[in-house]
Write a protein that binds this ligand. Structure first.
Ligand code: HEM
Length: 134
């Protein structure tokens, strides 16, 4: 018998947040994610002088919220946070790929990765502002 499970009504499905192991698991994903981003020559420069502890804290909150966890992202609006950086579609794709790699390495199941990536892909219009000349 699992007492904590008894407290949950059957109608309440387990969130993706719980399924992956909650806050500690997501913190590990985010650590690996920024390791990959900072190791990437195309991306490293954007993060010069950025306070990574705070950034990781906000990223953990955002991903926790996306996964249906009991956490509300309280960082800046994503458009405001990335404004003026001239982030290209290629940069965005590279960062998104690193997030998929980090989630995969952590053993997160593909269906959950798909759901997270779908939400993250939807933020592209807020983050990308460098458009190649037509
Ligand atoms: C893939 C989708 C992305 C998501 C979900 C995302 C999410 C975030 C979040 C939650 C923050 C923290 C905002 C705050 O502290 O208030 C942040 C900051 C930042 N992001 Fe992103 N980001 C994404 C893509 C990118 C890309 C493509 C780049 C650059 C190539 C980038 C560069 C940065 C930098 C440099 C900061 C720090 C800004 C600062 O503290 O002044 N992000 N991002």
């Amino acid at each position: 018998m699992n007492p904590s499970r008894d407290e949950q009504p059957d109608s309440q499905a387990r969130s993706d947040y719980e399924a992956v192991g909650g806050g500690p698991a997501i913190a590990a994903v985010v650590d690996l994610f920024y390791q990959l981003v900072l190791d990437d020559d195309r991306l490293r420069g954007y993060f010069d002088g950025v306070e990574m502890v705070r950034l990781k804290r906000h990223q953990v909150a955002l991903i926790s919220q996306v996964m249906g966890g009991p956490v509300a992202y309280a960082g800046r609006d994503l458009r405001a946070a990335h404004e003026g950086m001239a982030i290209s579609r290629e940069d965005f794709g590279a960062v998104a790929d690193h997030l998929v790699t980090a989630l995969t390495e952590a053993g997160v199941e593909p269906a959950i990765i798909d759901r997270v990536v779908t939400v993250i892909a939807g933020t592209e219009p807020d983050i990308v502002e460098a458009h190649p000349a037509a």
